[in-house]
Design a protein around this ligand. Sequence first.
Ligand code: WTA
Length: 651
Amino acid sequence: MSTVTSNIESVLQEERHFPPPAEFAQRAHIKSMAELETLRAEAAADPESFWARMAEELHWFKRWDTVLKWDPPHAEWFGGGRINISYNCLDRHLATWRRNKAALIWEGEPGETRTFTYQQLHTEVCKFANVLKHANVKRGDRVALYMPLIPELAIAMLACARIGATHSVVFGGFSSSALVDRINDASCKLVVTADGGWRRGNEVKLKTAVDEALKECPSVNACIVVRRTGSPQHMQEGRDFWWHELMETVDANCPAEELDSEHPLYILYTSGTTGKPKGILHTTAGYLLQAHLTTKWVFDIKDEDLYWCTADIGWVTGHSYVVYGPLSNGASVLMYEGAPNFPEPDRFWTMIERHRVNIFYTAPTAIRAFIKWGDQWPSKHDLSSLRLLGTVGEPINPEAWMWYRKVIGKERCPIVDTWWQTETGAIAITPIPGATTTTPGSATLPFPGIDADVMTRDGKPVGANQGGYLVIKRPWPSMLRTIWGDDERYKQQYWSQIEGIYFAGDGARRDNDGYFWIMGRIDDVINVSGHRLGTAEIESALVSHGAVAEAAVVARPDDLKGSSIVAFVTLEGSHNPSDGLNQELRAHVVKEIGALARPDDIRFTDALPKTRSGKIMRRLLREIATSGTVAGDVTTLEDFSVLEKLRAEEE
Ligand code: WTA
């Protein structure tokens, strides 16, 4: 492999390879490809012994009896063990010098900062755990967290974990209807929220959305509200309580519960191929192990580092790489509440400069926005503290990768392009920065112990450079355990597409070096600005509007957001297309799901193209949305005139 650092634009992407810088590798946890290959070989030969050896890094109240019981597709990891993730993230650091180390450094969008040492965070978590107990939250109960990106969200998660309550974080950008579905699916007993949060200078009114939602959530008997923005709130007597008032009524003594390894830690909803979001269930020990180990090796985290993952905690990236992974490693984590372009497009760079951030983990959609805003914004700031960059959430285009390397990393920082999913719980395919030679656009190779591959639909391996389906052939510790309340769907969607093998839902190929190139979703899931949305969910939202008879939603490639959302809509007989209705439907989707699902484009049509069996031919719609014409095979189309009309409407 050759190293090419100049004249990159004219070189084929496959030719650009970047070995780890020698100084970086020398100081890294994993220092060479040879060392990494040894670990991979050890894990491949005997995965259970490998994971067991790694599990020694965690604190156990009682050691496990069996590493893995695999009754496909159900895995039990570290059976017989007793453990607590909040203990691992907090208490075990208190006996060391880290007690007074910054665990969380938080910056609000308006600019204020708050810092919690491990000792202080422990105190807050213990107190809130006692608040939960007083609210009658018991081991196994579900608690919904619908909050801005403020320290209290991490505190609430760790407090739930401390007493064995299962948290369900709902992203603050979801609407009250989406919140209702998620609360009811898991029968949450309690909701923790805030009056609001700041986003691009505006208040996101969370408590108002909760008030609306709780009209339809019979399982909820209390709501705890953090005062964040100070805007006036209606507090319902007997149901709503202020966080700060309850915290004054409890003490800071709350020992962590000794929980089974497989105790349910959290549910996190994600989009699938049907209208109903899937509650992905993660349990305790295996999840912690892999979040811990990937944070250590992939981000090469050291005690002296300041680490910043820009993800919202409402997504899995925030669970594993803002909260559990870094805190378990005793790291210092920077957390930021607001938008990257508030008050100016250099907010992130000012923060890196002011806080002297060392490790920075963000999403390709953010990187593309930075490129668009212009190099003058990062160029104004001293980014020399950075030593490692990461990306996650969608395929990164090689140009964006090169920009990130050059303009942010000054050709000095390795980049880790990490592939994983809500379902995998932790990073699964990734460079290890002191070991792996990277190439722009490739997530490179599987993490040790992850048996990833690319297969045909019927489970045959594909050759080098041939496209296929991304799979994982063996269970891994942080894998999802089921879909909450729907084990059948868990079996069917993940383990039956190719019998007995985990089906990720992504297309991929491996190159001649075995490197993985992720090509994106192959199902009806679209990735808008790194957010996973089911086309079926948006379609259901549209159809729930009285004027809509039928809707089909497809993705159109978008330079900035990765994909934009195009909806083809047929109307009920008594309604006619109009600009007003167009606006109304877009607003309706925002109300049903949230602004993240707002269609960019709504096209009214008399009919949708369907197969003889009645299935909407989204492929054709995708082509029309993207290029305005259809070149692909249309032999299965039932009514050719529909296509002609759509084409005509395009012209
Ligand atoms: C996509 C986010 C290419 C992929 C952690 C996956 C990626 C989905 C990458 C999961 C990457 C994530 N390269 N594609 N490095 N990382 N994806 O559940 O399509 O929100 O299936 O988890 O994002 O999205 P999710």
